[in-house]
Ligand binder design. Sequence first.
Ligand SMILES: Cc1cc2nc3c(=O)[nH]c(=O)nc-3n(C[C@H](O)[C@H](O)[C@H](O)COP(=O)(O)OP(=O)(O)OC[C@H]3O[C@@H](n4cnc5c(N)ncnc54)[C@H](O)[C@@H]3O)c2cc1C
Ligand SMILES: *[C@@H]1O[C@H](CO)[C@@H](O)[C@H](O)[C@H]1NC(C)=O
Ligand SMILES: *[C@@H]1O[C@H](CO)[C@@H](O)[C@H](O)[C@H]1NC(C)=O
Ligand SMILES: *[C@@H]1O[C@H](CO)[C@@H](O)[C@H](O)[C@H]1NC(C)=O
Ligand SMILES: *[C@@H]1O[C@H](CO)[C@@H](O)[C@H](O)[C@H]1NC(C)=O
Ligand SMILES: *[C@@H]1O[C@H](CO)[C@@H](O)[C@H](O)[C@H]1NC(C)=O
Ligand SMILES: *[C@@H]1O[C@H](CO)[C@@H](O)[C@H](O)[C@H]1NC(C)=O
Ligand SMILES: *[C@@H]1O[C@H](CO)[C@@H](O)[C@H](O)[C@H]1NC(C)=O
Ligand SMILES: *[C@@H]1O[C@H](CO)[C@@H](O)[C@H](O)[C@H]1NC(C)=O
Ligand SMILES: *[C@@H]1O[C@H](CO)[C@@H](O)[C@H](O)[C@H]1NC(C)=O
Ligand SMILES: *[C@@H]1O[C@H](CO)[C@@H](O)[C@H](O)[C@H]1NC(C)=O
Ligand SMILES: *[C@@H]1O[C@H](CO)[C@@H](O)[C@H](O)[C@H]1NC(C)=O
Length: 594
Amino acid sequence: MLSAAFVVLIALADFVASALLTDASQLKKDNYDFVIVGAGAAGNALASRLTENPSFSVLVIEAGVTDEGVVGIEVPFLAPTNTPMTAVSWNFTTVPQTSLDNRILTYPRGRVLGGSSSINFLVYTRGSNEEYDRWAELTGDPGWQWSNVEQFYLKSSRLVPPSSGRSTAGMVNPADHGFGPVEVSLPGFPSEIDNRIIDTAKQSNGLFPFSLDLQSGNALGVSLPQNAVGNGTRSSSATAYLRPVLNRSNLDVLIQTTVTRLINTSGAKEKPSFKKVEFAANSTAKRSTVTASKEVILSAGAIGTPQILMLSGVGDEKALKTLGINTLVNLPDVGQNLQDHPIMSNYFFVNSNNTFDNVLRNTSILNADLALWMENHTGLFSDGPANGVAFLRMPSNSSAIKEFGDPTAGPLSAHIELVFADGFAATTTPQPPTGQFLTINSAVVSPTSRGSVTLNSSDPFVFPNIDPNFFATTFDQQVMLQAVKFSRQFVQAQPWAGFVQNRTGPVGDAETDDDIIAASRQAIVTIFHPTSTARMSPVGANFGVVDPDLLLKGADGLRVVDASIFPIIPAAHTVAPTYIVAERAAELIKEAWS
Ligand SMILES: Cc1cc2nc3c(=O)[nH]c(=O)nc-3n(C[C@H](O)[C@H](O)[C@H](O)COP(=O)(O)OP(=O)(O)OC[C@H]3O[C@@H](n4cnc5c(N)ncnc54)[C@H](O)[C@@H]3O)c2cc1C
Ligand SMILES: *[C@@H]1O[C@H](CO)[C@@H](O)[C@H](O)[C@H]1NC(C)=O
Ligand SMILES: *[C@@H]1O[C@H](CO)[C@@H](O)[C@H](O)[C@H]1NC(C)=O
Ligand SMILES: *[C@@H]1O[C@H](CO)[C@@H](O)[C@H](O)[C@H]1NC(C)=O
Ligand SMILES: *[C@@H]1O[C@H](CO)[C@@H](O)[C@H](O)[C@H]1NC(C)=O
Ligand SMILES: *[C@@H]1O[C@H](CO)[C@@H](O)[C@H](O)[C@H]1NC(C)=O
Ligand SMILES: *[C@@H]1O[C@H](CO)[C@@H](O)[C@H](O)[C@H]1NC(C)=O
Ligand SMILES: *[C@@H]1O[C@H](CO)[C@@H](O)[C@H](O)[C@H]1NC(C)=O
Ligand SMILES: *[C@@H]1O[C@H](CO)[C@@H](O)[C@H](O)[C@H]1NC(C)=O
Ligand SMILES: *[C@@H]1O[C@H](CO)[C@@H](O)[C@H](O)[C@H]1NC(C)=O
Ligand SMILES: *[C@@H]1O[C@H](CO)[C@@H](O)[C@H](O)[C@H]1NC(C)=O
Ligand SMILES: *[C@@H]1O[C@H](CO)[C@@H](O)[C@H](O)[C@H]1NC(C)=O
């Protein structure tokens, strides 16, 4: 018996080693049908779907490390501990933000199996149907409209019960959910603010409408958060899509390896073709290459993808020339149109001893919560850090909309998001040593500011210049101002009486509109949703980076599949839309090579 068990263990160890490679020398071949760059949200979904076809061989190359056994990744409540400077993140910073008093912001992305889906804050929202109908309009491809991509939403995720097993009837609509591998659940352990949030919505006469389920197609309203959590543990593209199929013999995954550029493999007088991928373990290691006989697919995310394109000679010819890079495809839009949601914290003192403030201050409480999570994945730590979300529109008489127009996808899509937390969620202000707090984070989810990712160097190991250009438009400033006003108005409702005390923090102290906008410049950070740096545009358009089938314009055989291809940022958290993109891409690719 003992020796049989021993043999099984050895076999398992061997299998793990052969599926997850850590060094290029372990590759058994130098040619695959498909080479996917980046094992993030999109890359893993794609790898999983493509290898369903046993005749396709797939290699995934990922810069980061394995996600397995990283407690900060697995434990939902600890999600914020993975950023910014950790072994599982790209430690990016922005260039000075001119509309934020020249502050430099940290700008982390996941650098680990699962990419940013392994370190994100778990909130799961697909956005309104209107978002996808607008993508179809902007790209001229009806394949992106909701009536067609709904199937991909349903294929990507499914609703599961929370780890506590409590009933969630009346808090979610199971009919709005699918049958895919990513597990989505409501918090299992209600906080003291849950009922206050929901009751405020239900009593607000439609000012803050209650939403049974934000995945219904109408993305407006106040709701409990739906998190990418199953059985009290994070559900990422690594756990949901990749790990269950790692034993497929047609899939290799090479981690701890950075792709440095793509190499032109076309014949003379043909369009450039990028079927050779160059990579290295680090800046001093030897570079190696691998080729794809069918396609190379860039899934390196909204920062990594444009960086690799530019390093490969795809981008704005003038800008590339100054760095000594020979342009193969002149596409000035590469790295442009960076969009993200600015967010900041509104703090209130509360009359309570039950917020999570003491958990963060007192190691013995923290360790007890962690021990409970370790025991059976229950308790505070089995839920994400958010306790409620509200997606709201500007008031219908808003002068900002009269003056600047309405940038949303339609009347069921938000300008503003509020995210509630039962404690002090530290963004720019550290948690005070005493006191109990409510945080309402306010975000602009219909931004009109546009930024960019540009190369700082032709060295692939030098981080690019990242400029989200937050708060650059008067419109975005007016939306944030309204978001602050809504957050204050929200807690004036009866359910908060005796609980919420005075406002505090830099934004809380601001009274006039001008003061609030000035304080915002000091308080805004990223919600971590960069998109659109390799945006889709119609076939034949003189702007954009990829066609609606995600193939790079002006080249052969290179597809981009990740959040960089969004034609415009949705008023939603971005991981669910990224899975939808990856699921549709998998179908397009299977069709192209069937
Ligand atoms: C801290 C944080 C919090 C967030 N919170 C939420 C949230 O609550 N809800 C939500 O919906 N979304 C959230 N997001 C955003 C969401 O996770 C992303 O939109 C989504 O993961 C994007 O998927 P992607 O495939 O485009 O890129 P990613 O998931 O970032 O994957 C890109 C992968 O490519 C790899 N890579 C990059 N360059 C190279 C290279 N040169 N060579 C090899 N590999 C490379 C990266 O290491 C990474 O693994 C958050 C993100 C972060 C960082
Ligand atoms: C980020 O910083 C951490 C801690 O200093 C380090 O371990 C990690 O390697 C860094 N990541 C990158 C991509 O530089
Ligand atoms: C988890 O463990 C705790 C502490 O032992 C116990 O009270 C609780 O009932 C358990 N929950 C589940 C779902 O097993
Ligand atoms: C991989 O593992 C799963 C689950 O253990 C099993 O069902 C499947 O048959 C295995 N596939 C291969 C190719 O070994
Ligand atoms: C791509 O490589 C081929 C073969 O070397 C070459 O003939 C062609 O000119 C290259 N394309 C560009 C745009 O440089
Ligand atoms: C770079 O990678 C090589 C090859 O894997 C390795 O031997 C070397 O130790 C690495 N250097 C650093 C600084 O990590
Ligand atoms: C919080 O605890 C303190 C000390 O035990 C007590 O005096 C106070 O009444 C408690 N506050 C609330 C709201 O329960
Ligand atoms: C931390 O919490 C424990 C358990 O509730 C308590 O006994 C202890 O006094 C607290 N420590 C401090 C410094 O407040
Ligand atoms: C949930 O996690 C606990 C703790 O690891 C485990 O005992 C239990 O079997 C898991 N349940 C399911 C349904 O996976
Ligand atoms: C919009 O309507 C609200 C409520 O009626 C009112 O308080 C506000 O002043 C109006 N704003 C503008 C710009 O007209
Ligand atoms: C590279 O970054 C440094 C520091 O941010 C900046 O001073 C320099 O101008 C940048 N160079 C390019 C070519 O963008
Ligand atoms: C706000 O409330 C806190 C806690 O009750 C109190 O310590 C503080 O003095 C108050 N600040 C103002 C400006 O009222």
